[in-house]
Design a protein around this ligand. Structure first.
Ligand SMILES: C[S@@+](CC[C@H](N)C(=O)[O-])C[C@H]1O[C@@H](n2cnc3c(N)ncnc32)[C@H](O)[C@@H]1O
Length: 207
């Protein structure tokens, strides 16, 4: 049997729920994780950096996407920081989706968080903010098509914040995004991670 990856649709490892803490200067959450999902034992360092350093959510972030939600730390923090926002939490991994739904309910946000498989998000939904620790390990081609798919669903004033490890290619990813006519700002680099701020795709260059 092939080894399980955190990005499998159905992790073929037994369930063993565990409690995880998300401790940030503005809030502390006790959530539940499990085997077979990304960073099951604790909040990932890159995700923590994103939650610490991405520009604050505001009232204009009415619709937020957590792309690759895992057990839901980004979704739950966004739900607490933006109490009016609707949040889409998307993942291919069924166990991750179940955990995020349960964790969103535990922070009182079940009514505003929609947990979905990628194909189950209606095509016309647009996002004011995308927050993601994207699945770099799916490989370059899959990552690129994943990012194009979702970044093209930003509103005209929308913005995405991604955290990417430098040694896993944050700088080449930024260059590729620029080549695809997205606007990219390299916001922060710390402890081996970079936070990229990405705006909607621009127009074709004029001849
Ligand atoms: C690096 S993990 C981040 C998980 C979580 N957001 C966190 O910070 O702990 C990336 C997530 O993307 C998910 N993923 C992989 N391929 C995906 C796809 N095509 N669409 C949506 N999510 C995907 C994986 O299952 C995984 O949960």
């Amino acid at each position: 049997m092939a080894p399980a990856h955190y990005f499998d649709h159905d992790p073929n490892v037994g369930s063993s729920p565990t409690s995880v803490e998300v401790n940030l200067p503005d809030l502390a959450l006790q959530l539940t994780s499990d085997r077979g999902v990304f960073s099951a034992a604790s909040l990932d360092a890159g995700t923590k950096l994103l939650l610490l350093e991405a520009p604050p959510l505001s009232d204009s972030d009415a619709t937020i996407l957590d792309l690759g939600c895992g057990w839901g730390p980004i979704t739950c923090v966004a739900a607490r920081r933006a109490p009016e926002a609707r949040i889409w939490a998307v993942d291919v991994n069924q166990r991750a989706r179940d955990l995020t739904a349960a964790n969103a309910a535990s922070v009182g946000a079940a009514d505003r968080v929609r947990v979905a498989a990628p194909d189950d998000v209606p095509r016309d939904v647009r996002f004011d903010r995308i927050l993601s620790n994207p699945p770099i390990r799916v490989g370059k081609a899959a990552l690129h098509s994943l990012l194009e798919l979702w970044l093209d669903r930003l509103t005209p004033t929308g913005v995405a914040h991604l955290v990417v490890q430098r040694h896993l290619g944050s700088d080449s990813l930024a260059k590729w995004l620029e080549g695809e006519r997205f606007t990219v700002d390299r916001l922060k680099s710390r402890a081996g991670y970079r936070i990229l701020e990405i705006g909607p795709r621009g127009r074709e260059p004029q001849p």
